[in-house]
Design a protein around this ligand. Structure first.
Ligand SMILES: NC(=O)c1ccc[n+]([C@@H]2O[C@H](COP(=O)([O-])OP(=O)(O)OC[C@H]3O[C@@H](n4cnc5c(N)ncnc54)[C@H](OP(=O)(O)O)[C@@H]3O)[C@@H](O)[C@H]2O)c1
Length: 241
């Protein structure tokens, strides 16, 4: 039997790279999507190979609405089918209410909501043919009412809505779930004090790691009786302070 195929978006760095690595080590052929992180995507392919798996890189600008269909077609042409779509690529808008432009709002929603939806829509027939699954990456910031994160949170809240809606619409052929990470990796260049403050505001008393998210994705990829679930991997941050 041929190995299952996973497309992981935003897999050239950080959390997406950890997810791709984990799936590759678990026996998936991994399509490593990237946009700007060409070298990182090559690193991901090497990491998967070192773990005994197989991967190939594919570039696409997911802010372009024509791209998701083309990306799925490319992956299916190269790998022969699709068993798992992981929507990890995202933008992270930090702009306080009062300063958000229409362009910023549209760009945020385009990356965080429209692209995962269009990818899911394009992938659905191929996933259905193999009783496959979708795992969306949501965000604890959907439950954070701080001004600079409001627009980002709106998009990530929509990712949860999308997850439940697609789970209903695509059942029984395709399962759709989400992982909602808390703080698992600080922004590049962040001071350690930022991590300390975030850990202090987390019930489990520490920040997580990309591997925590990868473990959850791996579980949901094969959880045969689970659909429409949003799995919080956030040290308890969704419980409030
Ligand atoms: N880091 C955390 O602690 C945390 C917490 C909660 C939720 N999350 C979620 O976990 C996921 C990954 O987080 P992260 O911190 O690793 O994200 P990140 O560092 O902000 O990386 C964003 C990813 O999205 C891709 N991307 C951005 N714009 C794109 C475009 N126009 N077209 C295609 N790809 C594009 C980037 O690809 P290139 O680099 O190739 O351009 C990159 O791989 C996201 O969904 C994020 O919201 C992360």
């Amino acid at each position: 039997m041929s190995p299952p195929v996973a497309l992981v978006t935003g897999a050239g760095r950080r959390v997406g790279q950890a997810i791709a690595h984990r799936l590759g080590a678990a026996g998936y052929v991994v399509a490593v999507h990237y946009h700007g992180s060409r070298d990182g995507a090559d690193d991901t392919v090497r990491l998967v190979a070192a773990a005994g798996g197989r991967a190939f890189a594919c570039r696409a600008d997911l802010a372009d609405p024509a791209t998701p269909t083309a990306l799925v077609a490319d992956v299916v042409a190269q790998a022969g089918g699709l068993d798992l779509l992981v929507n990890s690529a995202a933008s992270w808008l930090r702009a306080p209410v009062g300063e958000v432009t229409a362009g910023q709002f549209d760009a945020s929603v385009a990356m965080n909501v429209r692209a995962p939806f269009l990818l899911a829509q394009a992938a659905a027939p191929f996933l259905a043919a193999r009783h496959g699954a979708i795992v969306n990456i949501a965000d604890h910031l959907a439950y954070d009412w701080s001004s600079p994160y409001l627009v980002h949170g709106v998009g990530k809240g929509a990712v949860e809505h999308l997850t439940r809606g697609l789970a209903r619409v695509l059942a029984p052929a395709v399962r759709v779930n989400a992982v909602a990470p808390g703080v698992v990796l600080l922004p590049d260049g962040a001071e350690p004090a930022v991590g300390d403050a975030l850990a202090a505001g987390t019930p489990l008393g520490r920040i997580g790691s990309p591997d925590d998210v990868a473990d959850a994705v791996r579980y949901l990829a094969t959880a045969r009786y689970v659909t429409g679930e949003v799995l919080h991997v956030d040290g308890g941050r969704h419980l409030g302070r």
